[in-house]
Ligand binder design. Structure first.
Ligand code: NAI
Length: 279
């Protein structure tokens, strides 16, 4: 089976590593040679660390790397069986890419998107093959996180769903079936919980440390909601809340003003060195 991943950022690289480790040939389609070179270097470095830690052998690493190739040209991926798009979360950019893929790829090609908040039905509408468009939502870091939400748009066929569900299982993930709805399952539960924690903090009900400690010890979460927000990125949390709020028009999804204020101050969490905590 020929697999292609579009995009070589955090998620694209994780998806590529996961497929290649499981013995699949995978092609990364990038839009700049520089980012493809960076992706290969980062995959190599990540796998070398696993060798150092004794988690894989250097032979495993070589086999995995030999399963990965790169290209800048859509022509090279036209015969792919499955294309997984993992580029920037911007509907306009995804529209351009899906139109291009639809134009170039053979009829058999399934087009999957790793979007964390956009509508699969809308993305499918950019193509003439909506029955072959599906959500394949991996979690970060992809090689570690077991779950994959397999999301059907309104026109996704049963055959496409069955094929992608099986592929996810074959690469060691635990797929769950999700019918498209804003936030899918995980983010619809998780991000409002984070938003609530922000509200509790802003009302001075408890300190940030105590809010996080409460959820770790009282709900058995491995990490508290505010530390988790810093890890995900406050801008990402806000974007997801906005999707939920706009789509449902329900005040229970209103992004908390403190969350907005933090984003406006560019205190986005780990990636900017400061969020609810300092890094
Ligand atoms: P990233 O910022 O690490 O990577 C984005 C990629 O998009 C880069 O390879 C970049 O070169 C490419 N790109 C940017 N503009 C482009 C353009 N105009 N044309 C083609 N490619 C372009 O982003 P990340 O975090 O890997 O996210 C990718 C997708 O995965 C998004 O849809 C995001 O919502 C989703 N996602 C992210 C998760 C996360 O925790 N970061 C978790 C689950 C899904």
């Amino acid at each position: 089976m020929k697999i292609c991943v579009i995009g070589s950022g955090t998620m694209g690289n994780g998806i590529v590593q996961t497929f290649a480790t499981k013995g699949h040939k995978v092609v990364i389609k990038g839009h700049r040679q520089e980012s493809l070179d960076k992706a290969i270097a980062s995959l190599d470095k990540g796998l070398s660390k696993l060798v150092e830690k004794g988690k894989i052998t250097s032979e495993d690493k070589d086999i995995t790397m030999s399963n990965i190739s790169t290209t800048l040209s859509y022509e090279d991926i036209k015969d792919a069986d499955l294309v997984i798009e993992a580029i920037v979360e911007d509907i306009k950019v995804k529209e351009t890419v899906f139109k291009e893929l639809d134009e170039i790829c053979e009829d058999k090609t399934i087009l999957a998107t790793n979007t964390s908040s956009l509508s699969i039905t809308e993305i499918a509408s950019f193509t003439k093959r909506p029955e072959k468009v599906i959500g394949m939502h991996f979690f970060n870091p992809v090689p570690v996180m077991k779950l994959t939400e397999i999301i059907t748009g309104q026109k996704t066929s049963v055959e496409t769903f069955d094929t992608v569900f099986k592929i996810a299982s074959d690469i060691g993930k635990v797929p769950v079936r999700v019918e498209e709805s804003p936030g899918f399952v995980v983010n619809r539960i998780l991000v409002p919980m984070i938003n609530e924690a922000v509200g509790i903090l802003s009302e001075n009900v408890a300190s940030k440390e105590d809010i996080d400690e409460s959820m770790k010890l009282g709900a058995n979460h491995p990490i508290g909601p505010l530390a988790l927000a810093d890890l995900i990125g406050l801008d990402v949390c806000l974007a997801i809340m906005e999707v939920l709020y706009n789509e449902f028009s329900d005040s229970k999804y209103r992004p908390h003003p403190l969350l907005k204020k933090m984003v406006r101050a560019n205190n986005l969490g780990r990636k900017t060195g400061k969020g609810f905590y300092e890094y």
